[in-house]
Structure formats: C-alpha cells, structure tokens
Design a protein around this ligand. Structure first.
Ligand code: NDP
Length: 266
C-alpha cells in the first residue's frame, strides 16, 4: 500500500517539500506520496489528527506550527526536546514521535555539501528564534572553538546561552567586531529584505556567510560578499533537513546532491 506523508503549514503553497520528497521517493524506489496541507491557523492539531486517522504515516511541520507540533507529540527525540520545536512527526502504534531535523540539516549542508570543517572554528549565530535554537546543539556537537549567539533582543540570546551552556556566549549586534569563520543568519530579517546592523569586521576572505533563507539573494549575503566572505543560502539546509526526515520515516538517507542541483536549476 502507498504510504502517505504531508507537510503542514500556513501558508503552504510555496513549499518545496513535496517536490523534494517526490524526488527522494523516486530515487530510493519508495512507494509513498507527499502532499502539502494548509492547516487553519486555529486548527493545526485537528488537521494533523485527521491526516493520521486517514492513514498518514508521518508529516513535516513548518511556519507557524513548529511549537504546536512540539506540544502535540507524545514522545520527543532528544534533539527536538532541546530545540523546543518539532518539524517532523512520525505516527507510530504507540503514539506520535516528534523530531527536529532543521539543525542537523544545517550541519549536513555545511559539512557535506559546502565541505566546511567546524571543529576548532569560531561560529557566530545571528538570531534567537526557533531556527537559531534548533541549530545550537548540532553546531556545538561539531566542537567549534567558540559559538556566539547574537540577537536584536539580547535577553533572548542570553536565555539560549543559559539553556545550552557548553560555552555558548550571548551578545547583541553592537560590539561584535572580530572575525568569525562562519556567520549563520538565522534571523527573519532577510524575509523583510532587511540587514541586521553588523560590523564589516566580522567577515574576512576565510569567512563563510550562511543565510538560512533561500530563493533570493539577501541583504546579509550581499553585505558579507562585499566584505570579502564566501556565501551560501539555505536551500541545501532545506533539502538536508528533508533527507533527515526521510531517514526517520523510511530508514534510508537519500542522495541530496542531485535534488539540490535540480532545485537550483529550476
Ligand atoms: P522566528 O520568528 O522564530 O525568529 C525571528 C528572529 O529574527 C528573532 O531572533 C528576531 O529577533 C530576529 N529578527 C527579526 N527581524 C529582524 C530584523 N529586522 N533585524 C534583526 N533581527 C531580526 O523565525 P525562525 O527562527 O523560524 O526563522 C528564521 C529564518 O530562518 C527565516 O528566514 C526562515 O525562513 C529561515 N529558516 C530556514 C530553514 C531552512 O530549511 N533553510 C528552516 C527554518 C527556518 P528578536 O528576538 O529581537 O525579535
């Protein structure tokens, strides 16, 4: 029987996840479908329950439902627990398992696709929302020399530093004026076409500036490029988080490179 999967969000029409999972299924010969479901803003849990009751095997969850998915899961993976948000659900006989594959997707993109080593490197993570929080533990697991979390509202960065410990340093944007090997933009500024107030001194020719946003060039990537850094957008992260979800559901990790290449070409 064909297994059903879906992504829930609001809005959802723009989602590339159905394309990505269809490509994974073709590549691995899995008998499955994957659809996009627009959940009502006040009806996420009911929408997921209806899909599971109709035979759904698992789901991805995107904006603005990741915290609600965290609440509705019966069990959580340790990384979802630490992220405080869920982007992947697996419907099992014993209940719903919640996982978070976003941070692992970021690290997979950085290390596998962009061939960066993070051990011993200085990392600056901009933002303290859900995407930043999910990235912290996977980044720490790479043993960087330093991980600084900088946010417009400094108290939110301080909360994350206290939550994760392990040497994470909280900061505002002011006063950050030494170079980093990796600067990850996990703020929503790019969505609004805005640039956080960053010093050019963060970037050198050895810096990789990574924006989690994808689909268009951003003021952050443009600024970093003008100050000599290499740049990457979040398309690889999107495909890699999907591959991690696919692994959880199907027990196999697809080859992401051809899927990233075809999305870039489209
Ligand atoms: P949240 O709304 O949870 O977090 C927003 C963060 O951005 C906060 O830290 C907020 O700061 C900061 N922020 C918002 N506007 C500005 C601004 N103008 N200047 C500086 N800081 C700002 O969003 P998410 O964490 O869910 O998402 C963040 C980004 O990551 C989005 O662009 C999203 O598309 C992307 N993303 C990409 C993924 C991928 O697979 N590639 C996966 C997940 C997310 P403050 O606390 O001060 O309000």
């Amino acid at each position: 029987m064909t297994d059903r999967y879906a992504v829930f969000g609001h809005p959802i029409a723009h989602s590339k996840s159905p394309l990505i999972h269809a490509a994974f299924a073709r590549q691995t010969g899995q008998d499955m479908t994957y659809e996009a479901i627009l959940a009502p803003l006040d009806g996420f849990a009911a929408s997921v329950a209806a899909f599971a009751a109709a035979g759904g095997r698992g789901a991805n969850v995107t904006v603005p439902f990741k915290e609600q998915a965290y609440q509705l899961a019966d069990r959580l993976t340790p990384r979802a627990q630490r992220a405080g948000a869920v982007n992947t659900l697996k419907f099992e006989a014993g209940g719903t398992l919640g996982d978070n594959t976003d941070g692992a997707g970021l690290v997979a993109d950085l290390t596998r696709n962009l061939k960066r080593t993070l051990a011993g490197k200085r990392i600056l993570l901009l933002g303290a929302g859900g995407a930043a929080r999910g990235a912290i533990e996977p980044l720490l697991d790479q043993n960087p020399a330093a991980l600084v979390v900088a946010n417009r509202t400094v108290s939110r960065a301080e909360e994350l530093a206290a939550l994760f410990g392990r040497g994470v340093v909280a900061s505002g944007f002011d006063g950050l004026d030494t170079p980093f090997d990796l600067v990850v933009n996990a703020t929503a500024a790019s969505l609004a076409g805005e640039l956080p107030p960053l010093s050019p001194a963060l970037f050198t020719a050895d810096t990789l500036a990574y924006d989690m946003m994808y689909g268009r060039d951003t003021p952050f990537l443009d600024f970093a490029r003008r100050h000599g850094a290499a740049t990457a957008d979040g398309l690889g992260m999107l495909v890699e988080q999907a591959a991690e979800a696919f692994l959880l559901w199907r027990g196999m990790r697809p080859d992401t490179a051809p899927v990233i290449a075809s999305l870039r070409a489209a």
